[in-house]
Design a protein around this ligand. Structure first.
Ligand SMILES: [Zn+2]
Ligand SMILES: [Zn+2]
Length: 338
């Protein structure tokens, strides 16, 4: 039997949050305490444009990841004549001590001046064209960072804007802050588009919290979206290795307790759910539902086409009675062979 989700402890993780180093309300210590109180054990503080390693805040049962959120500028008439919008990427450092993005305009930290004072990313242009975005992503990869494509819906991205992006480790399937701003930031379609183009990228459900509630309208944004990361040990290298292997799922509610493959039989167990979906880019869709009640187990057969089409994948969505969902990553044809 193969464990598609590893048979190890899973840790609740926030991979996108802002402290008062940029435009968040809480200090890094306060953020850690708020997340810790809600059962998290991994936190990446990804302040805008300022990369700070917070390793002194790590504890034996709580790991801080080094991160930053960078933004590139996209100009399009769709946003009015000469209109500008921003493409955002989160970077997670594979090396905890690595601080990078040497801005041309270094600021004191915490910053009392506007955080968006720079016009370059590590000496590179901030132009958000696909070509330049790919150059920036490639450099981030070279420097040792996992790159996440943030809130495509909130940024106003459409298929032509994202279809040629390269080198991403993950993308935000859901983002709490842009939902608080009114965006329909549930990006299953964007995820499938990128998967079908052959990108083996991971789903991220992220709070993008700027405080416990949204500054704009009081909508709750802390502990609304998270990733669960499977790793025996909670040290920096083990967590990064788990992220790179894809030993994770993303959620805004339900828990996935196991996912296994035995011959042709896939078995998923979860917290009480209204339904569990399995689907593939080969056209196979299967739904297991509670018929008015709930299900905690779903059994599927690997669709025959996914075994013969090299670029086929399967993925799973668990939806709770309240509509919240958990999503797995995509499992590719090579992983689905008995
Ligand atoms: Zn953002
Ligand atoms: Zn953000």
């Amino acid at each position: 039997m193969k464990y598609l989700l590893p048979n190890v402890p899973f840790h609740k993780a926030c991979l996108h949050a802002h402290s008062n180093i940029s435009d968040g309300k809480l200090s890094p210590e306060e953020l850690r305490e708020e997340y810790k109180a809600r059962g998290y054990s991994i936190l990446a503080i990804t302040d805008h444009s300022v990369m700070v390693e917070h390793q002194a805040l790590s504890q034996p049962d709580f790991l801080m990841l080094t991160g930053v959120e960078i933004d590139l500028d996209i100009y399009s008439d769709r946003f009015g004549e000469g209109g500008r919008r921003e493409r955002h990427l989160c970077l997670i450092g594979k090396d905890p001590k690595k601080q990078w993005i040497p801005y041309t305009d270094p600021r004191p930290i915490p910053s009392s001046v506007p955080y968006e004072a720079t016009n370059e990313i590590a000496g590179m242009s901030r132009l958000g064209t696909t070509e330049n975005t790919n150059l920036v992503i490639a450099e981030c990869n070279r420097q040792g960072f996992l790159v996440i494509y943030n809130h495509p819906t909130g940024s106003g991205d459409r298929y032509p804007d994202y279809c040629d992006l390269q080198g991403l480790w993950g993308m935000e399937y859901r983002n709490g802050d842009t939902i608080a701003h009114g965006a329909d930031e549930n990006n299953g379609r964007v995820y499938d588009d990128l998967l079908d183009l052959g990108h083996h990228l991971m789903p991220v459900c992220a709070d993008d919290t700027h405080g416990i509630i949204s500054k704009r309208n009081g909508y709750p944004t802390l502990d609304m979206n998270w990733n669960m990361v499977g790793t025996e040990k909670l040290d920096y290298d083990s967590v990064i290795a788990a992220l790179e292997r894809g030993d994770l799922y993303a959620s805004c509610g339900p828990e996935i307790t196991s996912l296994t493959l035995d011959g042709d039989t896939l078995r998923l167990t979860c917290s009480p759910a209204d339904r569990v979906q399995m689907f593939s880019n080969t056209g196979a869709h299967v739904l297991v539902h509670g018929n008015g009640g709930t299900v905690t187990e779903a059994i599927f057969k690997v669709p025959p086409k996914t075994k013969v089409y090299r670029d086929a994948y399967l993925r799973f969505i668990v939806t709770a009675p309240d509509g919240s969902y958990a999503v797995t990553r995509a499992y590719w044809s090579a992983e689905l062979q008995p």
